[in-house]
Design a protein around this ligand. Structure first.
Ligand code: FES
Length: 227
């Protein structure tokens, strides 16, 4: 960015030192880093010290003093993504791009870095490239993701169906799917136990029936005919 372009940005912010964050942000967006010459010129124009502007430029992670690649690739290493395999995804990206975390490819296509949480933990392991979210990542998906990024950069001329699938965030993990298998087994209705058949009662004989139906004689009284 030349001085005339920086002047336009400074004028938009009324050359106010209180707007330094926004001014540096615009230069970073345009050049993909903060060139030293530009920082010195801005410091001079805003009447602030060079050490002060370098302090700001090195304090925020959004700014870089080194040129960044065309595509910014962030791997989330927050706790939720970490336990689901984010370090392996990072290794896969480092292998595929031939760079280490914090570096930029020689062709200035990709810059690789890590972040601590992107606020979408249910999609972890999560990777963002130029603001697009790639959820439920694994090493096998790394190559396809880079192909999608490349084709999108070339005007989105990717084969139909592929781009959409890769760029769409994956389904969040549902609580029901985390139920242990044992719980599901318990929920299944238990088979009813077979009813034991009662043994058939023996048929009463005629003598037994007579005995039961015979009226009882009161105790101490002799049965006899009435006079
Ligand atoms: S830990 Fe990765 S998005 Fe929260």
């Amino acid at each position: 960015m030349n001085k005339a372009e920086i002047d336009k940005i400074l004028d938009r912010y009324a050359r106010h030192p209180g707007q330094i964050i926004a001014i540096l942000h615009e230069i970073q967006e345009s050049d993909r880093y903060l060139p030293e010459d530009a920082l010195r010129y801005v410091a001079d124009q805003l009447k602030i010290s060079v050490s002060q502007i370098f302090h700001i430029a090195t304090f925020y992670k959004a700014y870089s003093l080194k040129p960044k690649g065309k595509h910014i690739c962030n791997v989330c290493l927050g706790t939720a993504c970490h336990v689901r395999g984010a370090p392996l995804v990072l290794e896969g990206l480092e292998r595929k791009l031939g760079i280490k975390n914090g570096d930029t490819t020689e062709d200035m296509e990709y810059s690789l870095s890590t972040v601590n949480c992107l606020g979408a933990c249910a999609l972890g392991p999560l990777v963002t490239v130029d603001g697009d979210y790639f959820g439920n990542m694994n090493t096998a998906k790394v190559e396809k993701m880079l192909e999608q990024v490349k084709s999108k950069g070339n005007g989105g001329a990717s084969p139909a169906g592929e781009s959409k699938e890769a760029l769409a965030p994956s389904e969040p993990v549902r609580a029901e799917s985390l139920k242990p298998v044992v719980a599901e087994e318990k929920a299944a209705p238990a088979p009813e136990p077979a009813k034991a058949e009662k043994p058939a009662a023996p048929k009463p004989t005629k003598a037994a029936v007579k005995k039961v139906l015979k009226p009882k004689t009161p105790a101490g009284k002799k049965g006899g005919k009435k006079k």
